[in-house]
Design a protein around this ligand. Sequence first.
Ligand code: UDP
Length: 408
Amino acid sequence: MNGRKIEDYRGVVGDKVIALLFKESTPLRGKRLLNVNSTYMGGGVAEMLWSTVPLMNDLGIEYGWRVIHGTADFFPITKKWHNALQGEDVEITEHEKKVYTEINQLFSRFTHIKHDAIIVHDPQPLPLISFYPKRQSWIWRCHIDLSTPNRDAWEYIKKFILRYDSTVFSVDKFAQSDLPNEKFLIPPAIDPMTLKNRKMDRKEQEEILKDFGVDLQKPIISQISRFDKWKDPLGVVKIFKEVKKNADAQLVLLGAPATDDPEGEQIYHQIVEEVGDMKDVTLINQQSDRLVNSLQSLSKVVVQKSLREGFGLTVTEALWKQTPVVASDVGGIPLQIKDGETGFLEDPEDYEGFARRIVEILEDDALAANVGEKAKEHVRNNFLITRVMLDWIQQIKTVIRSTRVGFL
Ligand code: UDP
């Protein structure tokens, strides 16, 4: 249960941040704000809503969260949008566009909006705005990498975005230059008080890993990410094959499914094929926050081999646990990793570069400890959930002020 209160964060973020949250949120007390996204479980968006929604309510803001109801064919279509917007060459048919908008229209009948501002996350519920009389501020919060979208998909989706009062991106290069809407930047962040991120007893962590079949005697290299082609788990297995030539280690790939991502099972089978009869590889596709925590804490190296990455909360989570991260130099990852200082960045095409770096860390405990320490401070100063809340409070105040209905 998330019964956490703002005060619970004092020990981690200090008194000043707590006082600022209460002060800055005063004009929003009693205001009704609504978030709409497409899953309650799996992925970074749900992760942040689980934390921010109760805490915003603790500040006195009526901050709500609804999840769009999809049908069996809706999520494969919205995943196609996701892939196309991240640059894949896929064609979305007229029928698929129709299902996409009709499900949004149907959902508008289930969801009555009398709020002061609406925050719509990602492409799945984006068309909702077309199905309400616009009586309040609407914000589109895009979490994905839009830097090289498929042009046809972008042109179609843009017509919905233009209706929004403002947009929010994680990284400035994701905001397309042909988008005239007001743009804000809010890099994501982690909640240090969750089961996934708070300090755990080492013995308990070891027991959990043992229960999932992880060998505690061998150094662990892991990637914790949905089984999604953009996270490139097949690439991680290829890198591990290179690592094995020079080090005795094991690979753990953890990828719990997300309810709005229908491709996980197919990718899982591809990984099984790529692994073949190779030893020292463990695949886990179950959701467990304590397992994520234990794996991120006890790994010698956490890998994030993404080809595209909106931000990569998994990177932040591992940095917070002082575990060295070797990650692709893409999307929001370089915001978190200063190469050689708070972690290591590699070219996603350079498998050998990844493998060399991993072996270097496995062989140099002092390097790992030094990077781990700086990584945690970097997260403490920039990527904790209280900063995201302050950013949202400012953003919502600005948008409500500038779009006040009845103001001419
Ligand atoms: N996650 C998890 N279990 C898993 C894999 C991922 O709980 O098996 C969580 C992970 O800890 C992180 C979120 O899902 O909090 C993924 O967020 P990220 O921004 O890294 O990627 P997204 O899935 O949103 O693209």
